[in-house]
Design a protein around this ligand. Structure first.
Ligand code: FES
Length: 238
């Protein structure tokens, strides 16, 4: 039997509930949460969709560490027969294990981390050479599933709510290296502002906990480099 402590309620009013959950072979943390909701407490709220590590919706804090719960086996994370399950850190809690992702995605918009096309809707897009250096750089971040784990792991986000965070900055870096994106200067301006890339202290929690083994810290280092180069160019041309 597993002893499972689950955070309930909202940011303003939270509590913990304790559940005894039967241990099973190959059981994931998402299986545990689902068993609680189906067998004991149907009011428990949580998110999931794909169950195979694709959609990024099932991330939670497990014994204090952000993880994708559908791909996290209990046997890897249980401590003395006990699991503590809480909503993702650094985000408002709507209810129980469900966080409000709006602040996370608002920062993608603030970082200009959305595609700015070079061609119109009815025109063919520019061809991309498969083995070009830019394509290789952009590919390093393309597997982000927007799970919010890096954002929850980041102590800079915890200490500075204005910081854009690792996921938005990594996406901005991916677009900066995409020759089909037409707003390079806009991206550099957005990520060099008050909450931008220069807030990163290179602690590396984003890279440590990313379930897809991406390295947002490396992308942020690239943004720091390019924003400094752009500032020097502006100074030279002034
Ligand atoms: S349910 Fe889709 S990533 Fe876990």
């Amino acid at each position: 039997m597993l002893e499972v402590i689950v955070q309930r309620g909202t940011t303003e009013a939270s509590r913990t509930d304790r559940f005894d959950v039967p241990a099973r072979d190959s059981q994931t943390v998402l299986d545990v949460v689902t068993w609680i909701q189906q067998a004991v407490d149907p009011t428990l709220s949580y998110r999931f969709s794909c169950r195979v590590g694709m959609c990024g919706s099932c991330a939670m804090m497990i014994n204090g560490v952000p993880r994708w719960t559908c791909r996290t086996h209990v046997s890897r994370v249980v401590q003395n027969g006990r699991l503590e399950i809480a909503p993702l850190r650094n985000l408002p809690v709507i209810k129980d294990l469900v966080t409000d992702m709006d602040p996370f995605f608002d920062k993608w918009v603030a970082a200009e981390a959305r595609h700015h096309p070079t061609r119109g809707r009815l025109e063919d897009s520019d061809p991309i050479t498969a083995n070009s250096p830019d394509r290789a750089e952009a590919d390093l971040g393309i597997e982000c599933i927007n799970c919010g784990i890096c954002y929850a792991a980041c102590d800079t986000v915890a200490g500075n709510p204005e910081y854009l965070g690792p996921a938005a900055l990594q996406r901005a870096w991916t677009l900066l290296n995409d020759s089909r994106d037409a707003n390079r200067s806009g991206i550099l301006a957005a990520v060099s502002g008050k909450g931008g890339c220069h807030n990163c202290h290179s602690m590396g929690s984003c890279a440590q906990y990313c379930p897809n083994a991406l390295n947002p810290m490396r992308a942020i280092a690239g943004l720091k480099r390019e924003t400094v180069k752009a500032a020097l160019r502006r100074k030279r041309d002034a």
